[in-house]
Design a binder for this molecule. Structure first.
Ligand code: OOG
Ligand code: MG
Length: 255
């Protein structure tokens, strides 16, 4: 049996100190279930430092992401207020190990979603949608991991940027999404890449969170998952996710 609290401290310290560590599974076998227990215990350490949970993120909801990382199981992680990067802000790469950005869509819940539901039912609970970017930063050396490792490491989540919220009017099934670096399109995709429709990712989030005993709450933000492969960040760049109908979200990296 893995020592959950000890491994939670290991990944949490690595995140806090922006230091790459060997995969947990390099030393001892951990199951995916133990990976989630480690994630939960590591997130509790953030809460103990005064952060608050504001939602969850879904991962590997697109083929592009599964192919990039070589894992084809959907995963999830927890988002705290401390992980928010304000739209338009500048980050310092020193606070990260080897960060990457991926274009996403965020949902803001106007009602709880406490059980497994259909995509249509999930959308009925949505107060607003926004273009978003997830900053992922695996704490593992070379950004390489097993399924259990990445789950333990909060599914690589490090930060998230959310653009302006709009009411969930537009049909989200096939919106063009462009990740631009310094104004140049570097990843081009569609919201359809996210499980065929981002609302399906939200419904999956509701099912998974309820099964984990931590149902989705009113006011929470749900990140639906990257529509394209992620792009590595480097000093001095400006990153923007432009989503058809929804507008854009962006940030820059200090030079
Ligand atoms: C894992 C996180 C995947 C997504 O949107 O698919 C993810 C990783 O790629 O390191 O956040
Ligand atoms: Mg993501």
């Amino acid at each position: 049996m893995a020592d959950i609290l000890k491994l939670a401290k290991t990944v949490d310290d690595a995140a806090k100190d922006a230091r790459a560590i060997p995969q947990l599974s390099a030393k001892e076998k951990i199951t995916v279930e133990e990976g989630y227990a480690i994630q939960s215990a590591a997130f509790s350490r953030r809460l103990a430092r005064g952060e608050t949970q504001v939602g969850i993120k879904m991962g590997f909801t697109s083929r592009a992401k599964m192919i990039q990382m070589g894992i084809d199981d959907m995963i999830w992680g927890r988002l705290s207020d401390g992980m928010l990067v304000e739209d338009g802000d500048e980050i310092d790469i020193k606070n990260y190990v080897h960060p990457r950005a991926e274009p996403e869509i965020a949902f803001l819940l106007g009602a709880p979603l406490p059980y497994a539901c259909t995509a249509a039912e999930a959308m009925a609970a949505v107060d607003a949608v926004a273009p978003a970017i997830e900053i992922i930063d695996s704490r593992y050396k070379n950004f390489k991991f097993s399924l259990a490792d990445v789950v333990a490491d909060n599914s690589s989540s490090s930060g998230y940027v959310v653009g302006s919220w709009s009411s969930p009017g537009p049909d989200l099934s096939n919106l063009g999404m462009i990740l631009e670096i310094n104004g140049r399109p570097t990843q081009i995709g569609s919201s359809a890449a996210i499980l065929g429709h981002p609302a399906r990712s939200l419904a999956a989030a509701a099912r998974i969170a309820a099964a984990a005993g931590e149902p989705l709450q009113e006011g929470w933000i749900i990140m639906a998952g990257g529509a394209t492969a992620a792009e590595a960040l480097r000093p001095g760049i400006t990153v923007r996710n432009s989503v058809q109908e929804l507008g854009f979200a962006g940030f820059s990296v200090k030079g």
